[in-house]
Design a protein around this ligand. Structure first.
Ligand SMILES: [Zn+2]
Length: 344
């Protein structure tokens, strides 16, 4: 499976910060070690252009982000201290999702070893999420005609409030969130469909709920591309989760999702989203389960020879032309405002 990954996904955080930034390089290491990822299958994304970010985020927010003038309250809400590196890594991760989606359209499945930052709103970051990669990618691919009908399958334990705020009522996009009811975000923004689970839901009830949701969801959405936010925070022992999935339950979840999509010939963009196990390495090892399941479901070389027949209309209408801006476009308030006028 081809993946987007950049060493720049990692930036250092203050000592003791609870966000497991080390999970990104750790996942890359695990997949390499297990032979699930070959160097030639790694695409290193550039930074998402500000003009693409403006498809979702407000000019004011992007300008404050670029300049480092968010203010302490906004940084606290975001949960991450501002730094140039943080802005860079957030833009790299957005572009990684865009490129992974394009690879998925071609290969049947592809991944970004980051992304799924579903708590980011147009005008603010929240819950360790700075930019909403899925919302940007969904709008970009629909505008370019690369995808027409998109399903956001959000299985992170927290409700996808930011994504719902952007895409919840967007034509051609279906958002679905399966999450813990009594958990952050306290004010949930309605997705196209939400399913909330009680505390300590275990494998059986979790998998039953998911299995019941998938067929009607796919029937209604008829997607030609799925963004799968495969958060591993529903697993028991997660610092922020309140559900009780076992590792075997997680494996079965990943197989259920990937087999269902494969059977229906729907391309899948696999994204990380949240996970807060005992260490960044342990968290990455849980994220690796989705890649192990992908190898099982799609074979050793998904896409090349083994991908299912793509559904009609899922062929990209043009070759990828944007790989982001290698050096990053300069962002000033005037370019942002100018771009906003062009894109809105
Ligand atoms: Zn989460």
């Amino acid at each position: 499976m081809r993946v987007s990954y950049s060493p720049g996904y990692y930036v250092s955080l203050p000592e003791g910060h609870p966000f497991p930034m080390g999970k990104f390089p750790a996942l890359h290491r695990i997949l390499r070690r297990e032979g699930l990822l070959r160097p030639r299958d790694v695409l290193e994304p550039g930074r998402a252009p500000w003009t693409d970010l403006l498809l979702v985020h407000t000019p004011g927010y992007l300008a404050r982000l670029e300049r480092g003038t968010l203010g302490r309250r906004a940084e606290r809400r975001m949960g991450l201290p501002w730094s140039r590196g943080l802005v860079r890594r957030s833009r790299l991760a957005v572009q990684g999702t865009v490129e992974a989606a394009r690879m998925a359209l071609r290969d049947g499945i592809a991944a970004n070893l980051a992304g799924g930052t579903h708590h980011a709103f147009p005008d603010r970051g929240e819950g360790y999420c700075v930019l909403n990669d899925v919302a940007v990618a969904a709008r970009l691919l629909r505008l370019s005609g690369e995808a027409r009908r998109i399903l956001v399958l959000d299985l992170d334990v927290h409700q996808g409030n930011g994504t719902a705020a952007v895409l919840g009522e967007e034509a051609g996009v279906t958002t679905f969130s399966l999450h813990a009811e009594k958990n952050y975000p306290w004010r949930k923004v309605p997705s196209t469909r939400d399913a909330a689970l009680p505390d300590r839901t275990g494998d059986r009830a979790y998998l039953q709920a998911l299995a019941a949701e998938l067929p009607p969801l796919l029937g209604a959405a008829r997607p030609d591309l799925v963004f799968y936010l495969a958060g591993v925070d529903p697993v028991a022992g997660d610092r922020y989760g309140r559900l009780s999935l076992t590792r075997e339950g997680l494996r079965r979840r990943e197989r259920l999702v990937l087999r269902t999509m494969r059977r229906r010939g729907v391309p899948v963009t696999l994204l990380l989203s949240g996970g807060y196990a005992s260490s960044p390495e342990a968290t990455a090892d849980l994220h690796a389960e989705a890649h192990r399941a992908a190898a099982e479901v799609h074979g050793v070389e998904p896409g090349r020879a083994a991908a299912g027949t793509p559904p009609e209309g899922s062929e990209p209408k043009r070759e990828s032309t944007s790989t982001g801006s290698p050096g990053g476009t300069e962002c000033t308030e005037s370019t942002i405002r100018g771009s906003a006028a062009r894109t809105s």
